[in-house]
Design a protein around this ligand. Structure first.
Ligand SMILES: [Zn+2]
Ligand SMILES: [Zn+2]
Length: 112
């Protein structure tokens, strides 16, 4: 999962070191935050109702605070509107015209 702000992909953490990436919840969705976006992300992150911490994780339909273990039901997030279907392929009114042009060219250029 890339950083939700800048799209950077997480590199493999060095062995024995905790990843500098953080997890959080934005708009009731679990997100990953790269080290460069920590500060900017603080304004976006959902905060715990009890302790104000931003170390939240989304679990199924619940959001849990990793600091004080407060668990609450995740709010309903309205589904994204479905993308409009691809428009049906329009008929090609120029097909006959193209054939006519080709025939005219043949007449001009002669056979062969
Ligand atoms: Zn980032
Ligand atoms: Zn908390």
């Amino acid at each position: 999962m890339p950083c939700y702000r800048c799209g950077t992909r997480q590199a493999d953490p060095e062995p024995g070191k905790p990843s500098p990436w953080r997890r959080g919840v934005v708009g009731e969705h679990q997100v990953l935050i790269c080290p460069a976006c920590h500060q900017a992300a603080l304004a976006d992150l959902t905060r715990c109702d009890r302790c104000g911490g931003v170390h939240l994780i989304r679990r199924l339909d619940q959001v849990e605070c990793l600091d004080c273990r407060l668990t609450r039901d995740a709010a309903e997030v309205p589904a994204q509107p479905a993308a409009p279907a691809e428009p049906a392929a329009a008929p090609q009114p120029d097909a006959g015209l193209a054939a006519e042009v080709a025939r005219a060219l043949q007449r001009l250029l002669g056979p062969g």
